[in-house]
Design a protein around this ligand. Structure first.
Ligand code: BGC
Length: 749
């Protein structure tokens, strides 16, 4: 019997199957199915292994000639016997692309061919200012300098280039960006932040994430990596300023200042998160169900993978003393909501979690929840299809195009803080003395996370890159430059020689600042520079020639003792591998500086105020009187602001307020200007800050050129954390300030 389908039914069936095919193509569903299918086949051991991350030292040894190599027996034990799903880090310093490829290939060979289910390993790395653990990578200014550019587009490009170079190294996961708001300048990780303002951090953090993950966060693209926002939450604000020490942050402040960048990053689609290594209000964040589950998952809606920081599950037991045993620590962290433990030296987490499940203290369903997230990330990254490094990406690694972006970022970061009698730019035909501990060092221009963890090993830096001294010599010719170090970081050298040399030249370029450091080894006791550096400044300032201070530092070290003697001050932050040339270009006028401070530069060690202070803090005799205020930065040209206009005097919820201001270059040189818009809530139920940054834009103007800059605000921008810690707005009067102009409007509800 022949069964024939009526024509119309056939058409209908075709339409339906096409629709089904389209639906099946929805990647999220497909992904979930693949994840579930795989999960169903996994043993408990395989699952817990996926949640375990170890450092590369666990699977490494030194070869006969002292080089790093994988220890295949230990690797086998790790990946095959212990089912470990993730490896991280570098040891002891950056590898070549080739070595990375060898490492990743070997790991993935084992994982995909020798394990029962062939699940690829996910390798994670700290690529903090470029692919800083791969030899010869493009290195950008550290984030504090990127923030000083006020240019989200440059930050996004940094993310893109970093992703490309990290992926070219065969690595799909980057433990960056740092989204802690930098309001404690003593903290040795200040340079990893985007400064003191939550809005600026939110905008730049989201731009960087889009750079790493792409506009659509499609991680299967071969040049993208998964971003990891860190360190959630409040890590950047230790009371003592020392790394990994307690923060005391009331809920209102947590929500007002520290949470918004993580919310913005979640909205930007970030795939992973790393936890604050320390504690807030007495609760280690790794043990905080409130923060890791209630706020993060339920409130922010974060769906990705939560990885612990280094050793921090064990720390709950050994350091924080909130768990009576290592196993209890693992239980606490799991209950709080972590998915993967950066153990990182052994399989203790694996053993402990297996025991916890077998004892019935943790359910297998809880394990499944985390493993699902981890497998999903691996699928999204395309690791099952492409576990190996893509050799084709090598040709794009450290390209000239990327170098130019890093150079542009360095140029736009440089912040001119003082320029008495327009001493800068210097003429090209003068003789200069270059002196100081940061004058002839690439490490000191790059800081921590540069080829090595601490960044201080000069032998890792590409020899063709220029220090400040070398860049100046290249510009003026060696015969016009005298170089005397004058002082090391905390030790004076031959000061009388420096004084003599200063009197023989037309200008002194005095390079002060910090050695490279990162994390706890970078702790300091106060913000003053060592006395040796002030002594050097005094030694050159008596010579009656202009002294230009160039500061290479990751946090604002105090310059009050010498500020008066300096004719010009250029803050370079940690400008990266192109920092030397960029500094020379600004000093000699080829580039007009446009950086603005993303933090308040304090004058005194104990008067640490941020720009969004309360009215009582400036009620006489109190004052906001820093060395240089937030948002400050000079140019070789001048900008005039006029015509500040608001589209309405009354704003209602649902409406948008348009704000326009005209910015004109009234000087003689082309220049870029970051236009910052502040909002003041004049009266509200929780004491208002005097002002808050709400929008910014950067314009590029020829001499005489004017541009109207347009911003929009809605009622949502007027909200704050109310008396009961909920987000609210209150009707009343508000003031908008831009470039010294201001206008008021009312919110009516
Ligand atoms: C740091 C993290 C980093 C991790 C892995 C920790 O010490 O706090 O920021 O991602 O090490 O290197």
């Amino acid at each position: 019997m022949v069964f024939t389908i009526p024509r119309r039914l056939l058409v209908l069936m075709c339409v339906l199957s096409l629709a089904a095919a389209l639906l099946a193509a929805v990647p999220a569903d497909e992904l979930d199915q693949r994840v579930d299918q795989l999960l169903r086949q996994m043993t408990l051991e395989e699952k817990v292994g996926q949640m375990t991350q170890v450092t590369i030292q666990v699977v490494s040894r030194k070869s006969a000639d002292g080089k790093h190599e994988l220890d295949t027996a230990r690797l086998y034990d790790t990946v095959v016997n212990h089912h470990v799903g993730s490896i991280l880090n570098v040891d002891p310093g950056a590898y070549s692309l080739e070595h990375w490829h060898e490492i990743i290939r070997t790991i993935q060979d084992l994982a995909t061919r020798k394990t029962r289910l062939g699940i690829p390993v996910i390798y994670g790395i700290d690529a903090i200012h470029g692919a800083n653990y791969t030899r010869n990578a493009t290195l950008f200014p550290q984030s504090i300098g990127m923030a000083a550019t006020w240019n989200p587009e440059l930050v996004r490009k940094e993310g893109e280039i970093t992703a490309l170079e990290v992926r070219a190294s065969g690595i799909p996961w980057n433990f960056n960006p740092v989204l802690g708001v930098g309001r404690q300048p003593l903290w040795p990780r200040f340079f990893e932040t985007y400064g003191e303002d939550p809005y600026l951090v939110s905008v730049l953090g989201a731009a960087y994430i889009k750079g790493l993950e792409g506009e659509d966060n499609d991680l299967s693209q071969p040049t993208r990596v998964a971003a990891c926002m860190k360190h959630y939450l409040g890590y950047s604000f230790p009371l003592s300023g020392q790394d990994r020490t307690p923060a005391w942050i009331p809920e209102r402040m947590l929500r007002e200042i520290f949470l918004p960048p993580f919310r913005a990053a979640t909205e930007a689609g970030v795939h992973t998160l790393m936890v604050n290594s320390s504690e807030i209000n007495g609760i280690p964040v790794h043990a905080s169900k409130t923060l890791l589950t209630d706020v993060l998952r339920k409130e922010l809606g974060f769906r990705g993978v939560v990885v612990t920081d280094w050793y921090d599950v064990i720390n709950l037991y050994e350091r924080e003393k909130v768990a009576a045993s290592r196993k209890e620590a693992a239980r606490l962290a799991l209950e709080a909501g972590i998915d993967m433990s950066m153990v990182p030296f052994d399989f203790s987490f694996y053993d402990d979690v297996l025991a916890l499940v077998r004892e019935g203290k943790i359910s297998e369903a809880r394990i499944d929840q985390s493993v699902r997230r981890i497998l999903r990330l691996k699928f999204e990254l395309g690791l099952f299809e492409h576990p190996y490094p893509d050799p084709n990406l090598k040709t794009q690694f450290a390209s000239e195009r990327s170098r130019r972006v890093a150079l542009q970022a360095a140029r736009e970061s440089l912040t001119l803080l003082k320029n008495r009698h327009q001493v800068l730019p210097l003429a090209r035909n003068i003789r200069v003395l270059v002196t100081g501990p940061t004058a002839n060092s690439l490490a000191r221009l790059n800081g921590g996370w540069s080829f090595t963890w601490q960044g201080g090993d000069e032998s890792y830096y590409p020899p063709e890159k220029l220090t400040i001294l070398e860049a100046i010599e290249q510009k003026l010719g060696k015969e016009r430059v005298i170089y005397l170090p004058g002082a090391d970081y905390d030790r004076t050298l031959d000061l009388p020689a420096v004084t003599r040399a200063a009197s023989e030249v037309d200008a002194v370029i005095l390079c002060l600042g910090e050695p490279a450091y990162c994390e706890t080894p970078g702790n300091i006791n106060d913000l003053y520079l060592p006395e040796a550096q002030y002594a050097l400044a005094r030694a050159v300032s008596g010579a009656n020639v202009p002294v230009v201070l160039v500061l290479a530092e990751g946090r604002p070290r105090l310059i009050h003792p010498i500020v008066e003697q300096m004719d010009a001050i250029l803050l370079a932050y940690l400008p990266g591998l192109e920092g030397g040339p960029a500094i020379a270009e600004v000093l000699f006028g080829e580039v007009n500086p446009s950086g603005k401070l993303p933090f308040t530069y304090p004058k005194f060690p104990n008067k640490l105020m941020c720009y969004d202070y309360k009215h009582s803090e400036i009620a006489k005799p109190n004052s906001y009187d820093p060395e240089f205020p937030f948002g400050f930065g000079l140019s070789y040209t001048r900008f005039a602001y006029s015509h500040l206009q608001l589209s309405k005097k009354i704003l209602r919820p649902g409406d948008s307020l348009e704000i326009q201001v005209q910015v004109k270059n009234v000087g003689k040189r082309a220049g870029k200007e970051a236009v910052l818009l502040y909002l003041s809530d004049l009266v509200r139920s929780v004491t208002p800050p005097v002002q808050q940054l709400k929008r910014f834009a950067k314009v590029d103007l020829q001499p005489g050129e004017a541009q109207t800059v347009t911003f929009h605000l809605t009622e949502a921008d007027l909200r704050f954390i109310g008396p009961d810690n909920r987000t609210i707005s209150e009707a009343g009067e508000f003031r908008i300030s831009v470039g010294g102009l201001s206008q008021t409007f009312r919110l009516e509800k």
